[in-house]
Each structure stands twice: as structure tokens, then as C-alpha cells.
Design a protein around this ligand. Structure first.
Ligand code: UD1
Ligand code: UDP
Length: 388
């Protein structure tokens, strides 16, 4: 029996992490695969769809400039109501902790359609950080009939919440599948001329200059808006002023709550390069060329260790303790002094740098999709669970 699977996602990171799974579902004769994007993101989602050549069967196209949580949640639930009627899936796959993930799971639940949750079980234990993602993923755990946990500690979090062990599979994170696929295609296909075109002469020139070194920056978390972002920008400006032989390359998220302070506070430094969000393969190439990464992103904490890059995370808590334990990620908070001190330590201390850069990636081996597909092949039994 072929299982009718509807994969739902809406933002850049979900798309990157779902892409290798969608491609594998499309290829397999065991599944009838459909894709619905909510369009919670637009340009940043489309960059990923184009790269992986995924054409959605449904697109709710819900993004509005400056949308809030109410806008996205309401539009996604109502939009999913009708998509589910038309697509008639046996099972809905959702990913992670975005509003799209929660709304799609809730809509499936209202239609009594089973849900499987990819990247299940991440927790900080603090509903305010990340906000609203910690609540989203906790609620989806209540709804899902199967939980694909990336790590053993994510599985443990689910067990602690009373989820049945039989409903959990530890698979690794599909982001490593996406990263390795992308890195392989980069190594085979693209030249310096191509990267210069993608990144522009300024940034490419810095990367090409052996006397200069690069720090890659991203930041977008909602709980950092306001004072947190102000601090992050001031820390970066201090680092840029004090280290004129380093370049700080920052592809700025399209959220206006991010762009406004970043442009105002960092626009005037010649060694701070504010650029548009990059398509995934260019971003992976840039990460590979950088010395280290400063970020508040979730996915980058999982990817950078595979490329041997130390990651300094501008947050107070992380739901990804494995990389901290492995020594490749350090939490540096959002205070100016702590960010500057911790970044300088890694910039200047070769021993610390080497220890962080050589840790083993705890998030996967690039075979997570295979493990998820094998579980889904027993889908008939999964599919019956939620409706009972
Ligand atoms: C969302 C997710 C967050 C995830 C992040 C990844 C929620 C609540 N938040 O946050 O978990 O880590 O995506 O990046 O689900 N915008 C564009 N074009 C785009 C994307 C965004 O213009 O392609 C702008 C729009 O003005 C939009 C705003 O960014 O209204 C905010 O987008 P939204 O998805 O609501 O929040 P993010 O901060 O991106
Ligand atoms: N990324 C990208 N282009 C960029 C910045 C990031 O493709 O300009 C990728 C990055 O490699 C990672 C994902 O986007 O896979 C992370 O997305 P984001 O930080 O927006 O969200 P989070 O992971 O925090 O939910």
C-alpha cells in the first residue's frame, strides 16, 4: 500500500531541513508525496525551493510584511483546513517549532489526520526562550503520533513528558543530510567566478585576501528584539573597530525588526559587510570559508560543527546542548561585554580555537532521511494511532 504523505513547511530553516526528505519521498514508490508550503516566509523560502527544485502542490502564500504571531497562526490554520480536505493525506509531516509547524499539526488534528513530527524533542524548559518556539514544539509533541528525535537527549526530553518510547525514533538531524548534499554539489560544480558573482566583489575580495580573516554573523531571534539586538550590534561594532584585519560578514534576515537596528548600528563600518540573505549553497560555502560563526540561529549550531567551525551563540539558553557538551558551541549570552570577550578569546587563543574546531558533530551522519523513511514505511501502523 502506498502511503499518502503531506509534508508541510513555511520558513527557510524548515525548508532546508525538509528538502532532502521531500526529495527522497518523491523518489520512493512506497509513498505518494505531496508538499504544502504556508509561505510564512516568501523570498527566503523560495531560495530553498529553487535550489532543491521542489515545486509545492499547495502554497498558502500567507506572508505579509511585519506579520505577527496572530496573523500567521490564523492564516495557516484556516489555509490548512482546505488543503487537508483536498490532499487527503494518510499522514502529515511537520518540522521543528515554527508557527507553521504548530498550525499545520493543529489543523491535521482537527481533521483527525495523524501527524509525524520531524526534529522532535528539543527543549530549553523555558517558555520565553526561544519564544514562541518552545511552546510550539511542546504542543506539537502532544498532537503527534510519531516523533523523529534528532538525538538521544531529545528522545529523553520526550520520555520525560510521558511520550511512549515506541512512538519515538532517534534519527539524527536531516540538516546534516541537506548540508552534506549541498557541500558535495558545491565541491563538484562551482568556481571562484561563481562565488564572486554571488557574494559581490567586496565580500569575495576579503575572503580571497590571505592577510584577512572572516567572521560570519547571523541573528534573528524574536526574544532578542530590542535590547538584545542593540547589544549584539554594539558588540559587533566594538569587535570590528578593535580588529581591523578581520571582516564581519552578516547576511541580514529580512525581518524589519532585525534589519532596522542592524542597518542603523552597523551600516558605517568598512569591515562589517551587511548583505542580503544568501541562498543555501552560497551560505554553506561562506561558512566553510569563515574562521568562526557568531549567531543566535538554531540550524547553524547544528551545521557549523560539520564544517569544523567554532560557533558562539548569542543566547542565554540553547535547546541544542549536545554541541555545547561536544565543545564546538559556546553560549555567550546577549550582553555586550560577554559577547566581545568570548569572541576575542576564540579569535586570539589558538588552543581554544582548535579544540572547538575539531569536535565531532553530534547531530548526524547524513543518513537521517533514510532512517525516517524506513520508519514511515511502517506508516500504516503509525497512521492508525492518532485516530483511535
Ligand atoms: C520565523 C520563525 C522562527 C524561525 C525563523 C527562521 C515563528 C514564530 N518564527 O521567524 O522560529 O527561527 O522564522 O528564519 O514561526 N520576511 C520577508 N521575507 C522572507 C521572510 C521574512 O520579508 O522571506 C519578513 C517579513 O516582513 C515577515 C517578517 O520577516 O513579516 C517576519 O517573518 P516571520 O516568519 O513571522 O518571523 P521570523 O522572525 O522570520
Ligand atoms: N541560511 C541560509 N542563508 C543565509 C543564512 C542562513 O541559507 O543567509 C541557512 C543556514 O545554513 C541554516 C538556516 O538557514 O540552515 C538557518 O535559518 P535561520 O537562522 O533563519 O533559522 P533557525 O535555524 O534559527 O530556525
Amino acid at each position: 500500500m502506498t502511503l499518502r504523505v503531506l509534508s508541510v513547511f513555511g520558513t527557510r530553516p524548515e525548508a532546508i531541513k525538509m528538502a532532502p526528505l521531500v526529495l527522497a519521498l518523491q523518489k520512493s514508490t512506497d509513498f505518494d508525496s505531496q508538499v504544502c508550503v504556508t509561505g510564512q516566509h516568501r523570498e527566503m523560502l523560495d531560495q530553498v525551493l529553487t535550489l532543491f527544485k521542489i515545486i509545492p502542490d499547495y502554497d498558502l502564500a500567507l506572508m505579509k510584511p511585519g506579520q505577527d504571531l496572530f496573523d500567521v497562526t490564523a492564516a495557516a490554520i484556516v489555509g490548512m483546513r482546505d488543503v487537508l480536505v483536498s490532499a487527503k493525506p494518510d499522514i502529515v509531516l511537520v518540522h521543528g517549532d515554527t508557527t507553521t509547524c504548530l498550525a499545520a499539526a493543529l489543523a491535521a488534528f482537527y481533521h483527525a489526520i495523524p501527524v509525524a513530527h520531524i526534529e522532535a524533542g528539543l527543549r530549553t524548559g523555558d517558555l520565553s526562550a526561544p519564544f514562541p518556539e518552545e511552546l510550539n514544539r511542546s504542543l506539537v509533541a502532544k498532537i503527534a503520533s510519531h516523533h523523529f528525535a534528532p538525538t538521544e537527549s531529545a528522545r529523553q526530553n520526550l520520555l520525560n513528558e510521558g511520550i511512549d518510547d515506541a512512538a519515538i525514533s532517534v534519527t539524527g538531524n536531516t540538516v546534516i543530510d541537506a548540508l552534506l548534499m549541498t557541500r558535495d554539489s558545491i565541491n563538484k560544480t562551482f568556481s571562484g567566478v561563481y562565488w564572486r558573482k554571488q557574494l559581490g566583489d567586496g565580500v569575495y575580495g576579503c575572503l580571497d585576501d590571505t592577510t584577512r580573516r572572516t567572521i560570519l554573523i547571523t541573528a534573528h531571534r524574536r526574544e532578542n528584539f530590542g535590547q538584545g539586538f542593540d547589544n549584539i550590534c554594539r558588540a559587533i561594532s566594538q569587535l570590528a573597530e578593535q580588529h581591523s584585519d578581520w571582516d564581519f560578514v552578516y547576511p541580514v534576515h529580512l525581518n524589519p525588526n532585525v534589519r532596522n537596528p542592524v542597518n542603523i548600528l552597523l551600516g558605517q563600518y568598512t569591515n562589517v559587510h551587511l548583505i542580503e540573505p544568501l541562498d543555501y549553497k552560497t551560505f554553506v560555502w561562506l561558512m566553510d570559508k569563515s574562521e568562526l560563526v557568531i549567531t543566535d540561529s538554531g540550524g547553524i549550531q547544528e551545521e557549523a560543527p560539520s564544517l569544523g567551525k567554532p560557533v558562539l551563540v548569542m543566547r542565554d539558553v540553547t535547546e541544542r546542548p549536545e554541541a555545547v557538551a561536544a565543545g564546538t558551541v559556546r553560549l555567550v549570552g546577549t550582553e555586550i561585554e560577554s559577547i566581545v570577550n568570548e569572541v576575542e578569546l576564540v579569535m586570539e587563543n589558538a588552543d581554544i580555537y582548535r579544540r572547538m574546531a575539531t569536535a565531532i558533530n553530534p547531530y548526524g551522519d547524513g543518513h537521517s532521511v533514510e532512517r525516517i523513511l524506513n520508519q514511515l514505511k511502517q506508516g500504516a501502523s503509525l497512521a492508525l494511532q492518532v485516530c483511535a
